[in-house]
Design a protein around this ligand. Structure first.
Ligand code: HEM
Length: 288
């Protein structure tokens, strides 16, 4: 059984780990990405148990060897998708998701139950979403970077489903608008990004598909209750088991990111904010 190490030695360990609060920041990240409750882990001599201390970054330190401490990024142990998820969840408002930390500023950041959607606005949202999903499908088809081909035919594709929904609206006598600025801008941006910056592109790819499967579905349900007499659109239906489809894409994303350097991973994570901005502009159309 291991004996507990005196306080002074623990303090020495912390010093050795160079963990001043300012240095617990993730390189190039704003403080909003710093986990509030992540703990420092270290191993005491002759003790196989991990000791937790409430510091802001997670670092694994060996006391018995002169090994360099290995800094852990939030979610890193579970794979890179978990890192992307961690950053994305912090960028939600509390009204949007319980892990959210952002202040509510934009209309789409208010609780969905308080939204006042219109059919015209929802159609603008569906048209722009179709353009964005179609663009993603074209990008992985073209595969400017060979690994994009891994993400063809994942079962998450949405442009065909959205085309069916727009046909349904036509049958109901509605006029389908042309794509508007938020969708056109985002589609152009994604095309350019995918040709020159694969890590940043993957951040958008992840956020678009996974946001739709989570908050997006909830929004679809609430909007349908308010203005579509609960009609369930094809946009919110998948062939096969959605959680399995998502898991298979997660596995592929994790595999792809295994070959990325830490800088490339951080670059990808930093793109999350841009992704929220573009998708937020499209979501806001629902209330236009
Ligand atoms: C009104 C807007 C939004 C609402 C209400 C919302 C709500 C949610 C909720 C409830 C979750 C599930 C949280 C959980 O797993 O416990 C979630 C997950 C997520 N959201 Fe959002 N969200 C919104 C907008 C966005 C936007 C704009 C993006 C980025 C483009 C985004 C990206 C994500 C991602 C990546 C996840 C994780 C999905 C997963 O774990 O599979 N969300 N959101």
């Amino acid at each position: 059984m291991a004996t507990l190490t005196p306080i002074s030695q623990s303090q020495y360990l912390l010093k050795k780990a160079h963990l001043k609060p300012s240095q617990a920041r993730i390189a190039n990240f704003g403080s909003e990405f710093i986990p509030k409750s992540i703990s420092l882990q270290f191993r005491l001599p002759n003790c196989s148990r991990m000791i937790k201390s409430p510091l802001k970054a997670t670092t694994v330190v060996s006391a018995t060897t002169a090994e360099k401490p290995k800094r852990r990024y939030p979610g890193e142990a579970k794979g890179f998708v978990e890192e992307m998820r961690f950053v994305a969840m912090k960028l939600h408002t509390r009204d949007q998701a319980k892990e959210g930390e952002k202040e509510t500023r934009e209309p789409q950041e208010r609780p969905v139950s308080k939204w006042e959607p219109s059919i015209e606005g929802y159609l603008r949202f569906l048209v722009d979403s179709k353009l964005v999903y179609h663009t993603l499908e074209e990008i992985v088809e073209k595969a400017a970077f060979p690994f994009y081909a891994e993400f063809r035919n994942t079962g998450l594709e949405r442009s065909e489903a959205l085309a069916k929904d727009l046909d349904w609206f036509i049958q109901q006598g509605h006029v389908i608008p042309e794509p508007s600025s938020p969708g056109v801008t985002y589609a152009e941006f994604l095309k350019e990004l995918s040709d020159k910056d694969p890590q940043a592109f993957i951040c958008h790819f992840y956020n678009i598909y996974f946001a739709h499967s989570a908050g997006g579905r909830m929004i679809g349900k609430k909007v349908a209750e308010k203005i579509l007499d609960k009609k369930e659109l094809e946009f919110y239906k998948w062939d096969g088991d959605l959680s399995q489809l998502l898991q298979s894409v997660k596995d592929k994303l994790n595999k792809v990111a295994e070959s990325w350097t830490r800088e490339e991973k951080n670059h990808c994570l930093e793109e999350t904010e841009q992704s929220f901005k573009n998708s937020g502009d499209i979501l806001r159309l629902i209330m236009s």
